[in-house]
Design a protein around this ligand. Structure first.
Ligand code: HEC
Ligand code: HEC
Length: 191
């Protein structure tokens, strides 16, 4: 008897897959998010990001960072305090399943060109993918609200935003000039 009952039980549990996310439950839970993040996860509000089409894992991790208090935001904190791990799993799956926001028509192609050059020089696509759709814990940037992208980059640069996977972005954002941030955000928001 090398394992004992507890050992066998642990082995049995390990072979059970983690509970699959429930999209319908995620959708129901997401009703409280719509007031700020918009219908179908597309924000109409300044400084509030769209969530539609963000990678499942990125959404889940950010919710965990807010709940743990490592990412600080007064609007989000009371919301995440009410969420169980199961809610977070369901919300991640639900928002990831939604159609991302359509980029608005580009009103300043010259600025976008500068942004595209900065993005190439800084190798943003090496993590965010060529489509800027993001993957796993890396955020979607394509079509995100422009002023939110500006805010997020300044928050990393100043060290205000510290999540669990922020180290990469702090290093990336630190050397960016304000002009580069403006151009990058304009370019990405119009993809
Ligand atoms: C009272 C308004 C409000 C409500 C309600 C709200 N949020 Fe937020 N949320 C915000 C704000 C503001 C931010 C941006 C925080 C920042 O600037 O760092 C945010 C950021 C986020 C982010 C990070 C996204 C990113 O691109 O970095 C996620 C994920 C998120 N919210 C999910 C949710 C979910 C899921 C719900 C519903 C369960 C919800 N939020 C409800 C205001 C709200
Ligand atoms: C080494 C990989 C890596 C590189 C290179 C990188 N990023 Fe990121 N980026 C990430 C990760 C990981 C996150 C999520 C970090 C977190 O948890 O806060 C992120 C998040 C972001 C966010 C926040 C989005 C949101 O919705 O909250 C913005 C904006 C961003 N990156 C822009 C850029 C830009 C612009 C560049 C190039 C100048 C760039 N990134 C290069 C890995 C990277």
């Amino acid at each position: 008897m090398r394992h004992g009952v507890a050992g066998l039980l642990a082995l049995a549990l390990l072979s059970v897959p983690a509970g699959a996310a429930d999209l319908e439950a995620g959708k129901a839970k997401a009703e409280v998010c719509a007031g700020c993040h918009g219908e179908n996860g597309i924000s109409q509000t300044q400084n509030i990001p769209s969530l539609a089409g963000q990678p499942d894992q990125f959404i889940q991790w950010q919710l965990v960072f807010f709940r743990a208090g490592t990412r600080k935001n007064e609007a989000m904190k009371p919301i995440v305090d009410q969420l169980t791990n199961e809610d977070i799993r369901n919300l991640g799956a639900y928002f990831a399943s939604l159609q991302p926001a359509k980029a608005p028509p580009d009103d300043d192609p010259d600025l976008s060109k500068k942004g595209a050059e900065a993005a190439a020089g800084r190798r943003c696509a090496s993590c965010h993918l060529d489509s800027y759709a993001g993957t796993k814990g890396v955020a979607r940037l394509a079509g995100q609200r422009e002023e939110y992208l500006v805010k997020a980059l300044h928050d990393y640069k100043s060290g205000q935003r510290v999540g669990g996977s922020q180290a990469a972005m702090t290093d990336v954002a630190y050397p960016l000039s304000a002009e580069e941030i403006t151009a990058l955000a304009h370019y990405l928001a119009h993809l």
